[in-house]
Design a protein around this ligand. Structure first.
Ligand code: ATP
Ligand code: MG
Length: 507
C-alpha cells in the first residue's frame, strides 16, 4: 500500500509526503522501487507541511477558534500533511543487499515493508543466535533476526539503555538462547542475582539447565549448585589491578612479597613476615595488610589467619579451574555476586577472566580454533571499563576489550552510561544493542562509535520504548531496529512446547 511519495531532499535525507490517513511513525521502514532494485529507507524525523502560507494558516485557525467557522481554503487532504525525513539504508536487488548509492526517483511511491523484502537475510547464518524480531516503528514484523553468535560474542557486545528499558530482559533472552549452543561458554557476574532465577523465571528453567548451567552463590546454594569459595593461594598481585588503587610503593611491596613467598604472599603480608634484605616503610605494609584483610574478609589472631568470607586459606582451591573448564565445555556459569561489595565482585571477575585469557593465549592456533568463544557478562560495565578507572591503569577487562577477540575471549558489557567508557574501547565493541536512552550525551557516545552511520538516529533512539532496540553491528547488513520478546513469555512458550499433549504428540 502506498504510504507516501518522495518529493525532494538529498542523499540520507529524503523528504516524502505522507498520504493522508497513513500515520507514518518515527523509525518506520519503507520501501521505494527504482530501476536498480528496492531502496530500504527509515524515517528519522517527521515535520508538518502545508500548502497555505503561515498567514493563511493563522487565519484559518483564528476563524476556527474565535468564530467557530470551518473555513477550508483548499481540500483539507491537500492543504496540510506530514512530511517524513527518510534515510536510505540499503539497496536490495536479486535477493542481495548493498549499500545504497542512488536516490529513489522523484515522486516514487513509498510503501510498507513486508516479510518478503527481507528474504535476503534468510540465507543460512552460521552459529545463528536469535536477538528478536525486526521492527518497523513500533510494529513487529514476522522477520526473526539471527546473527553469527560466535563472531558477535568474540568481538564484544555492548548493551545500553536507560534504567528499566529492558537490558536485563534482553540479556536473559540471549543467555537462554545460548545455553544449548556449542560454540560458546558464558561467564555471568550477576550483581542482582537475577539471571539464574532462584526465586523467579531464569536459566534454571531451561531444559538443558542441568547439563549446561552452573550457579555459584555464597548463600544457601539450591540443590546441584555450588557454594562460592576461592583459595587465596590462587590470587596473584595483578588480580588486584582495577580492584584496589595501590600507590607505587604499595604495589612494589606486593610484588616483593610475591617474589619472596610465591603463592603464600597474602598470608605472609598478613603475618607481617620479613623479606631478607628488603626494608619497607612501616606504614606501607600496615596499609596493604589492612586493605587485604578488609577486602578478603580475613582476620589475624595470635599469628593465625581466620577466613570470614568467600576467600579461604584451605578451601576453594579448584574453583577457578573448575569454572574455566566449564566455560570451555560451553556451559553458562552464573556467579551470584549480590552480597559482595563492588570491589570484591570485580576481584572475582578478575580472577576468572585472567585464567580464561591466560589459558586461551597458551593454546596454539589449531587448538584455539577448536575452542568455544568465552564471553564475560559485566553489568554496570563502567565500573571496570570507565575512563576514570582506566586512567589509574589497565585491568584484565580492558585488556580483553583490546585484544580478547584474537583469543576468542569477549565481553558482553551492560551499561546505562556508555559515555563513561573511553572511545577506543567503545569502538572495539563491534556490536551495540541500543535500547531507549533519555540522556543526549549517552546517545551521542553510541552514535559516534556505532558500526553504521547513526548520525540521524538521535530521535529514534530517544523514542525507543521498553523492549525496542537498534542493533548496530559489524556483522549486520544495516542498523537493525528490533523488538525484543519478553523473557518470561519465551520461557512459558518453550515449556508448553515440551509438554506432550494428551495424544502423546508434542504440541
Ligand atoms: N522486551 C520486553 N518486553 C516487554 N516488557 C519488557 C521488555 N523488556 C523489559 N520489559 C519490562 O521492563 C521491566 C524492566 O526491564 P529490565 O529489568 O530488563 O530493565 P533494565 O534495563 O535491566 O533496568 P536496570 O538498569 O534497572 O537494570 C521488566 O520487568 C519488564 O516488565
Ligand atoms: Mg538490569
Amino acid at each position: 500500500m502506498t504510504k507516501g511519495l518522495v518529493i525532494s531532499g538529498e542523499f540520507g535525507n529524503i523528504l516524502a509526503r505522507e498520504k493522508s490517513g497513513n500515520k507514518i511513525e518515527l523509525g518506520e521502514l519503507l520501501i521505494a522501487k527504482t530501476s536498480e532494485g528496492k531502496i530500504l529507507m527509515q524515517v528519522f524525523d517527521l515535520v508538518y507541511g502545508s500548502q497555505l502560507s503561515q498567514q493563511n494558516l493563522e487565519l484559518v485557525s483564528g476563524l476556527r477558534l474565535e468564530e467557530d467557522t470551518e473555513l477550508e481554503l483548499i481540500d483539507p487532504k491537500l492543504r496540510t500533511y506530514t512530511l517524513s525525513k527518510l534515510k536510505n539504508i540499503l539497496t536490495i536487488k536479486n535477493n542481495k543487499a548493498m549499500s545504497p548509492k542512488t536516490l529513489p526517483n522523484f515522486f516514487s511511491p513509498v510503501r510498507d515493508v513486508t516479510k518478503e523484502d527481507f528474504e535476503f537475510m534468510s540465507s543460512h547464518v552460521p552459529n545463528a543466535l536469535y536477538f528478536g524480531d525486526l521492527r518497523s516503528g513500533s510494529k513487529k514484523l514476522d522477520v526473526p533476526i539471527y546473527l553469527n553468535g560466535e563472531k558477535i560474542l568474540s568481538h564484544h557486545i555492548l548493551i545500553c539503555g536507560t534504567t528499566g528499558r529492558g537490558k536485563s530482559v534482553l540479556m536473559s533472552n540471549l543467555l537462554w538462547n545460548i545455553i544449548d549452543k556449542d560454540y560458546c561458554g558464558m561467564l555471568v557476574l550477576d550483581p542482582h542475582d537475577e539471571y539464574y532465577g532462584r526465586n523467579k523465571t531464569g536459566m534454571k528453567d531451561h531444559i538443558q539447565a542441568k547439563e549446561k548451567v552452573e550457579y555459584f552463590t555464597p548463600r544457601n546454594p539450591p540443590p546441584g549448585c555450588r557454594h562460592l569459595k576461592f583459595n587465596i593461594k590462587q590470587m596473584l598481585p595483578h588480580h588486584f589491578n582495577g580492584v584496589v588503587d595501590w600507590s607505587d610503593p604499595q604495589r612494589q611491596a606486593l610484588y616483593a612479597y610475591f617474589k619472596a613467598y610465591g603463592r603464600d604472599w597474602i598470608s605472609s603480608v598478613l603475618l607481617e613476615k620479613e623479606i631478607e634484605g628488603v626494608k619497607f616503610f612501616e606504614g606501607t605494609i600496615a596499609v596493604i595488610k589492612r586493605r587485604l584483610m578488609q577486602l578478603l574478609k580475613l582476620e589475624v589472631h595470635n599469628e593465625e589467619i581466620n577466613c570470614k568470607g568467600i576467600f579461604d586459606l584451605n578451601l576453594g582451591e579448584g574453583t577457578i579451574k573448575d569454572i574455566v573448564n566449564s566455560l570451555e565445555e560451553t556451559k553458562t556459569v552464573i556467579i551470584d555476586t549480590s552480597e559482595f561489595s563492588e570491589n570484591v565482585e570485580i576481584l572475582i571477575g578478575s580472577l576468572i577472566a585472567s585464567e580464561v585469557l591466560d589459558r586461551y593465549k597458551n593454546y596454539n592456533f589449531e587448538d584455539l580454533k577448536k575452542k568455544p568463544v568465552v564471553s564475560i557478562v559485566l553489568e554496570e560495565a563502567p565500573r571496570v571499563l570507565g575512563k576514570e578507572v582506566l586512567e589509574k591503569g589497565s585491568n584484565i577487562f580492558s585488556t580483553i576489550a583490546r585484544e580478547g577477540r584474537k583469543f576468542k575471549v569477549g565481553l558482553t558489557a551492560i551499561t546505562q552510561l556508555p559515555s563513561l567508557i573511553p572511545r577506543t574501547i567503545l569502538a572495539n565493541m563491534n556490536t551495540k544493542i541500543i535500547l531507549g536512552i533519555e540522556m543526549k550525551p549517552e546517545r551521542q557516545a553510541l552514535i559516534e562509535s556505532a558500526a553504521q552511520d547513526l548520525s540521524t538516529d538521535d530521535r529514534n533512539i530517544a523514542a525507543l520504548d521498553k523492549g525496542e532496540a537498534i542493533i548496530s553491528s559489524n556483522f549486520a547488513s544495516f542498523a537493525m531496529p528490533i523488538k525484543i520478546p519478553f523473557f518470561d513469555l519465551i520461557v512459558k512458550n518453550e515449556k508448553q512446547e515440551h509438554i506432550p499433549s494428551f495424544a502423546g504428540v508434542k504440541k
